[in-house]
Design a protein around this ligand. Structure first.
Ligand SMILES: *Cc1c(COP(=O)(O)O)cnc(C)c1O
Length: 449
């Protein structure tokens, strides 16, 4: 047994926070390992801060999600949402598990091809597809989810010069009860635009109309809107069949499942409120089986879940830079990772833990990042133990939208490591250095000296 640490007696003014509606906060237990790897040793070897991904958690989460849907519906396909985390190592783990790729730009499309995904297993979403992107996607028989009429016309204008028939679906937006309604992507259902798009696609006779897509929003904490969306898509599928005798191959319900990160201002912690994969799967597959699809066919169900599949697998370990008192006496702490790495801390109350037991006292604390920017706040208010400069911390659930939305502001982006299933550590993205910037920047001749 480890000897308990000695803490010298000390008198210190503690600005006590009032208990919140759940009573006083519990003391935070330290987290010192990730998949049995010491966080201290990760920081020592890979620097501070460092992002850490758990391959075991990624695979376990994926398997759980896939089980929830595939046990309830006969044809289920996941497509990994690249923008959620497009590190090649991460994408390849999902692809090994059986996920296709879901991309929203030419850059992501190229990444999917480089990750050896066959063209016909790449779903190409988003409002920003260039002519060059579309030619590639058509030639590779990728699943093009048309976002607007200008994209539809661009595809039609390419038809004379290409041999392949484009494989297209449309993205549909609709009122599902979710506010705000995401009506800026795709064709609207209620005003008839979606039906108009289908008519144009099928009467052109130049494309294969293969599916219907919807992505109603993100961090959707109730499953009912998915059922509403499926009903409306089924109605479109029937209308299409009645007019053109064509049945669609799949219904793609997009992403949007909430993760276990708590939103700022939420009444309860997300770990208590976020629906499980089984909850979502129950609502979605019930709607799919109840819907009356043309010809009694069973379309494939595609899911583009991002956040909920990867958030738990990501960690950010770092170091405390300083403790400070604010003007009103409140305690604050500066850490070496801020909103440059966790853009997402603008809306999540991230869980932050000490790596070692260092003090049994805690105090309401504001945690700031290292940037010279007033909005660089990682946690506005957390009851946090009195750590010292140089002590390590670790932040939980930073797998989604951090390593893609991070910004290179003031400082370099750090190393990212993956702990494999045998608890071996691999560097999967190198820390940036000045060479990265030298390579990108050009100094005009007259400024050389
Ligand atoms: C971002 C996005 C996803 C993933 O969304 P999550 O909320 O992370 O599950 C899926 N599909 C499309 C079209 C997206 O834009």
């Amino acid at each position: 047994m480890n000897k308990r640490i000695y803490e010298r007696p000390l008198l210190r003014k503690v600005v006590e926070g009032i208990p919140n509606k759940f009573g006083s906060l519990k003391r935070l237990r330290p987290i010192s390992t990730i998949d049995n790897v010491e966080i201290d040793s990760l920081i020592e070897e890979y620097g501070s801060p460092v992002f850490v991904l758990s391959e075991k958690t990624i695979r376990d989460t994926y398997k759980n999600a896939y089980r929830a849907f595939s046990t309830r519906y006969p044809k289920v396909q996941f497509a990994w949402s690249y923008k959620t985390n497009y590190l090649d190592a991460v994408c390849r783990i999902f692809h090994q598990e059986g996920a296709w790729a879901e991309v929203v730009s030419g850059f992501e499309y190229e990444k999917a091809i480089d990750n050896n995904i066959p063209g016909n297993k790449i779903i190409f979403n988003g409002p920003d597809k260039s002519e060059e992107d579309l030619v590639k996607a058509i030639n590779n028989k990728s699943l093009i989810h048309i976002d607007h009429f200008d994209e539809l016309y661009m595809i039609l204008s390419l038809m004379d010069q290409l041999k392949e028939r484009p494989q297209v679906a449309i993205r549909v937006n609709m009122d599902t009860g979710i506010i705000p309604q995401w009506d800026r992507f795709g064709f609207n259902y209620e005003n008839g635009e979606a039906w108009n798009a289908i008519n144009r696609i099928l009467s052109s006779k130049k494309m294969d109309f293969i599916g219907l897509h919807v992505h109603i929003g993100t961090y959707i904490t109730i499953s009912k809107p998915y059922a509403v969306a499926i009903e409306k898509l089924a109605a479109l599928a029937n209308k299409t069949y009645n007019r053109f005798q064509k049945s669609i191959g799949y219904i793609d319900v997009g992403g949007g499942f909430a993760s276990q990160n708590t939103l700022q201002g939420a009444y309860m912690p997300a770990t208590d409120t976020t629906p499980s994969f089984d909850d979502y799967a129950h609502a979605i597959t019930t709607a799919m089986t109840a819907a009356d699809f043309p010809n009694n066919e069973t379309p494939m169900l595609i899911l583009e879940t991002g956040r909920a599949l990867i958030d738990d697998a990501g960690w950010l370990a770092g170091t405390i830079m300083a403790n400070k008192r604010l003007a009103d006496g409140r305690r604050s702490m500066v850490i070496d990772a801020g909103v440059n790495l966790m853009f997402t801390s603008f809306w999540y109350d991230y869980e932050i833990y000490p790596v070692h037991e260092s003090s049994y006292q805690s105090e309401p604390t504001t945690i700031y990042g290292p940037l010279c920017m007033n909005i660089d706040i990682v946690r506005k208010n957390i009851d946090f133990p009195m750590l010292n400069k140089g002590d390590h911390f670790v932040i939980k659930r930073v797998g989604a939208y951090t390593m893609t939305q991070w910004m290179q502001f003031i400082t370099y982006r750090p190393n990212i490591v993956l702990i494999d299933q045998n608890e071996k550590v691999h560097l999967i993205r190198k820390q940036e250095n000045k060479e990265v910037f030298r390579r990108q920047e050009l100094v005009p001749d007259y400024l050389q000296n």
